[in-house]
Design a protein around this ligand. Structure first.
Ligand code: XUL
Ligand code: CO
Length: 436
């Protein structure tokens, strides 16, 4: 079947185009700052929202009834969905996709049944990857939906649940490897706690670290060289998520000797739920060599939960691309649209509008960020602000040539420091706006 007969391959038509099924800013082959836009952005579609999202919410039933989906949990239906998904990726010109094991294939009565179904669907995914050239950005195991994981997976108080989760991840790593996945993601959906009366915090964190070490060992065993990624997120679903933000994740990884094996997958709406900006989270991870990939979406200023909207704000995408350009860009990672249509956007064609908009917003952000990078006025103000560190006392302190005693001597002799110069924030904001 052809699921989207009215759509042909989405092409770049330039900013003047009025065609809603064309790119106005994303021109994959165009080279910016020495690299094609395709390689800078490495776009990816998520299977869970785009092909399993139904529009249901805690107050109401599904609103998106897809003509290709018979609504059953059968393997045949799952396979039909794979064919449609690849038609979509191909027509969109999106080079990557990402999935959870339970998005692509149904969970069976036993783990063995689930594994058999997964194998059957993965065979078709592999065939479709070969047919279209679309690649797998990452795979991940759903360790949060089934009630067995209600108290956590790797951090469950029940050792049998830990073992079950390990078995599920083992299988998911195998299929990710089979499909040539470039990364493997852990989002600790249920890894957290609601209260300390029933929680041994230290023991749970030790178990989480043990789980990750087992994954690293198994990757070596099967020859999987993809990058492991942890996706920070605070307060949803548990009150205290262990991987609450970039700083918490990096501290955890360092404490347990895992920084060589993991990087972070930073998601915009998770950053804002943590009380940070996306750019802060990216910058914080990047300066420590821990930035791996991004889950591209946006939240809503007025809503305090993970709304996972498609990103269209060009200021946001510019900030993201600015940090990426400054820190050498995405390596194995991608720009993965972990975003879903609003419940009221019910037509299959809305999937195209949403992704085209997100891709164009990032492409435009890349163009603007590149222009900002070349702005010598902005660069000069930043350089001047730290000028005192380039000579004399500043350079000596940086070279660790002083102790508190010699600094005291210097301060006593020098008298009060000269008044600080203006931070020039308003001027810098004006200069930034010249690039939009
Ligand atoms: C949840 C979330 C996940 C991860 C993968 O908020 O972002 O979909 O990206 O498990
Ligand atoms: Co995500």
């Amino acid at each position: 079947m052809v699921a989207f007969p009215e759509v042909r391959r989405i092409e770049y038509e330039g900013p003047q185009s009025r065609n809603p099924l064309a790119f106005r800013w994303y021109n994959p082959d165009e080279v910016i700052a020495g690299k094609s836009m395709r390689d800078h952005l490495r776009f990816s579609v998520v299977y869970w929202h785009t092909f399993r999202g139904t529009g249901s919410d805690p107050f109401g039933a599904p609103t998106m009834v897809r003509p290709w989906d018979d609504g059953s949990d059968s393997v045949a239906n799952a396979i039909q969905r794979v064919r449609v998904a690849f038609e979509f990726f191909e027509k969109l010109g999106c080079p990557y996709y990402a999935f959870h094991d339970r998005d692509v294939a149904p969970e069976g009565a036993t783990l063995a049944d689930s594994n058999r179904s997964l194998d059957a669907v993965v065979a078709v995914m592999k065939e479709e990857q070969q047919r279209t050239g679309v690649r797998l950005l990452w795979g991940t195991a759903n360790l949060f939906s089934d009630p067995r994981y209600m108290h956590g997976a790797a951090t469950s108080p029940n050792a049998d649940v830990f073992a079950h989760a390990a078995a599920q991840v083992k299988k998911c790593m195998e299929v990710t490897h089979e499909l040539g996945g470039e990364n493997y993601v852990f989002w600790g959906g249920r890894e957290g706690y609601q209260n300390l009366l029933n929680t041994d915090l230290k023991r749970e964190l030790d178990h989480l670290a043990a789980f990750f070490h087992l994954a690293v060992d198994y990757a070596k065993k099967i020859g999987f060289h993809g990058q492991f990624l942890i996706e920070p997120k605070p307060k949803e679903p548990t009150k205290h998520q262990y991987d609450s933000d970039a700083a918490a994740c990096i501290n955890f990884l360092r404490t347990y000797g895992l920084t060589d094996h993991f990087r972070l997958n930073i998601e915009t709406n998770h950053a804002t739920l943590a009380g940070h900006t996306m750019q802060h989270e990216l910058e914080y991870a990047a300066i420590q060599g821990m930035l791996g990939s991004i889950d591209a979406n946006t939240g809503d200023l007025l809503l305090g939960w993970d709304t996972d909207q498609f990103p269209t704000n060009i200021y946001l995408t510019t900030e993201i691309m600015l940090t990426l350009l400054r820190h050498g860009g995405l390596k194995t990672g991608g720009t993965n649209f972990d975003a879903k249509l609003r419940r009221e956007s019910t037509d299959p064609i809305d999937l195209f509008y949403a992704h085209i908009g997100g891709m164009d917003a990032f492409a435009r952000g890349l163009r603007i960020a590149n222009s900002i990078q070349g702005d010598d006025q902005i660069r000069q103000i930043l350089a001047d602000r730290y000028a005192s560190w380039n000579v004399g006392m500043g350079s000596e302190i940086e070279a660790r040539k002083h102790d508190f005693k010699s600094l005291e001597q210097y301060a006593l002799q020098k008298g009060n420091p000269a008044p600080n110069q203006s931070g020039r924030q308003e001027l810098l904001e004006n200069l930034l706006n010249r690039h939009f």
